[in-house]
Every structure is written in C-alpha cells, then in structure tokens.
Design a protein around this ligand. Structure first.
Ligand code: PRP
Length: 208
C-alpha cells in the first residue's frame, strides 16, 4: 500500500468543523473519535493519518513535511508566512482580526502600546498606515491588556464579539478577514499530487 496521507488538524474548536467537512466530502471516517488524549490516529480504509496539533503549529508541521497537508487559520498563515501552498479557503471558523480598546479613547501620537498574539500582522498594519506603535506580545487573554493598563489597543481575533463585550472593550479598526485554509507541503504537493488534488476537488464541492 502507498504511504498514508498525513493531515495536520487543529485541535480544539476548529477540529469538529474541519472533520465534518471531510465527512461531507465522502471520506470514510469514524463518526466519533475520542480526542481527549490521543494526538494521532489512522484511518486505514482511507490510508489517512491525522495528527492533532495546536492550531498555531499546523503550518510548522506542514512546512517541515511531517504532515502532507493541514488545516490552518488565515491568521496563523499571515502571521507566520511559512513556506506552504495555500490550496483552498474552507470558509469555516470565519472571524476577523480587529483592533479594539476601551471606549472613547484616542491614541497617543507617540508610540501607543498594542498588545497582541499577532505581532507581525499588527506591525505590518500600523506600518502601512505610517503609525509608529510599540508592540507587546502576549499568548492569550489579550483583552486583559487595556483593562489593566498594559496596552492602549489590542489586535486580536473577533468572532462573535462576546469577549470584547464582556470585558468592556469596543472594536476600532477591522484589519482582515480570517477563515480556515487547506495548506500543503510543496514537496508533498508534487509527490502526492493525485491524492491531494482529489481531496481539494471533493472539499471544494462541500465548501459553502
Ligand atoms: C479568541 C480571541 C478572543 C476570542 C474572540 O481567543 O483571542 O479572545 O477568541 O471570540 P469571540 O469574539 O467569539 O468572543 P481564544 O478563545 O482562542 O483564547 P485566547 O484568549 O487564549 O487567545
């Protein structure tokens, strides 16, 4: 039998939507899987191996070729600029990146502080606008930063807007759309082209 196709899937809330899309595309996959601890599972009938990674690590696995393809957020792809081919917008896990802060606040002219887990996206955004800012890198709970005076604005994902609301913040600037994308390792794309092209075609038919 040929080598399996290894797919890097994002763990957590994106997983289910992504897995469901593969089922809709007629891949013969178990309906339920116990994901509590397992980080890798094989589906012999499809000759597919799944690895479950932190969403932000999916492009790393794919770039290094230990996964042939993966499902990654556009936010992560923009932030990391890894050497992977973006094959398809799956139009799932849609949200956007925005700047936000306490209501009715204006930014200081001199280097306002921006807290974010997307330092590259945030830097590029303000640089393009000719605004000089100080970027403060955080790994999560970004909304805390303006509330406790660590930053003047945040640059973060907004999905339902609930987190901003519950923390008394408002959105200021819409920066970019985000959704999950199918990406491929460039060498795998050449070597396993037939399988990957077939998968893209089947997924494309299910994208809403
Ligand atoms: C993301 C993001 C926001 C929240 C937005 O955080 O950083 O905090 O979701 O979603 P909402 O608009 O629907 O409220 P995540 O849950 O990934 O956790 P994090 O704080 O660890 O980044």
């Amino acid at each position: 039998m040929n080598e399996p196709l290894t797919i890097a899937m994002p763990k957590g809330r994106i997983f289910e939507e992504a897995y469901e899309l593969l089922i809709q595309a007629n891949f013969d996959l178990p309906e339920t899987i116990d994901l509590s601890r397992k980080l890798m599972f094989e589906v012999p009938s499809e000759n597919i191996r799944f690895i479950l990674a932190k969403p932000m690590d999916v492009p790393t696995y794919v770039e290094h070729g230990v996964a042939d393809i993966g499902i990654a957020g556009k936010d992560t792809l923009l932030e990391q600029q890894r050497h992977v081919h973006e094959l398809l917008d799956l139009k799932i896990s849609t949200c956007h990146i925005a700047s936000a802060g306490l209501p009715n606040t204006v930014l200081d002219e001199i280097a306002p502080r921006i807290a974010t887990k997307y330092p590259n996206i945030a830097s590029a955004y303000y640089r393009e606008r000719g605004e000089q800012v100080e970027i403060i890198g955080l790994n999560g709970s970004i909304e805390l930063a303006p509330m406790i005076g660590l930053a003047d604005r945040i640059v973060d994902i907004v999905s339902t807007g609930q987190t901003l609301k519950e923390n008394g913040l408002v959105e200021y600037e819409y920066i970019t759309d985000v959704s999950s994308r199918l990406v491929a390792n460039p060498a795998s794309y050449r070597m396993k082209n037939e399988r990957i092209t077939d998968l893209v075609k089947r997924l494309k038919a299910c994208v809403k």
